[in-house]
Write a protein of this length. Sequence first.
Length: 339
Amino acid sequence: MLQIEHAVVRFGDATAVDGIDLDVGAGETVAILGPSGCGKTTLLRSIAGLQPITTGRITWCGEDLARVPPHRRRFGLMFQEYALFPHRDVAGNVEFGLRMARIGRDQRRRRVTEVLELVGLTDLAGRRVAGLSGGEQQRVALARALAVEPRLLMLDEPLGALDRPWRERLLREIRSLLDRTALPALYVTHDHEEAFALADRIVVMRSGRVVQAGAAADVWRHPADVWTADFLGFGPAVEAAVGSDGLVTPWGLLAVDAAVGTDRAVRVVLRPDAVRLDGAGAVRGTIVHRAFAGDRAELTVETGRVQLRVRTPDRDAPDVGDSVGLSIEPDGVLVYPVA
């Protein structure tokens, strides 16, 4: 459906998007994940037709969109700041795109009713948006993007301005809505938890380029490099060496298939689930920090050379100052060659 071929966007001498190839299939949700300033929003604006690309192609079902204006692309775009009209009520905001498309009054009313029901705002149709909560405004913006019956839904950091309880709730609602509508979607975010909770496929960007793209489970289990692993919250990254008997690490010898040849210096990164409390574990350390995280405790363990993070049920968690044993699951050890 959507296909991007070697897209480049330059602003003077600065390159914001640098040779990106990307596609989105029918009913697929793709998350574009990366830090601020990596070019992900510029890419989204280019797809929407709000920012021309310098070179490359953007097509929809084979049609080149270079000469297609934004309002004729039929792509729904929801901005991070929502961009609602404070002087209009909820229904008026949702109806705006339909007016611009010169849809008849009766059809506009029916469509507004449909999408407000879809996002659970039917009772607020006549309410001014200035008096709504952040979560309600977010759903108004989403309803407006859906009202024009888009071929593609694009969401740019839609939950960034919300507190954590609202983010978690609305993330579930967006996932449910995408499942019900079967709309192809692009979801731009810097939050890896959002991306993995929502998307079928993850595209990781850095400095205008794609550093990794693949199914969500594959990207999580096999980050392309140390930078990507660190961005996903893995760690720590430490120096190690590949010996004939296994991986020589600060925590001892690990039986890990490094696949980079023996007698090689490597960088090792641990996935968050790689370390667990184990009274008989070979790694010994002391709890130096404990954070409450709902039904879990996030522990920081000083092991002498490197601090390790451990997640464990809160009711069973040791206290700060306690000595503990740890074991490291080989499947959670990621090994990267030193460049």
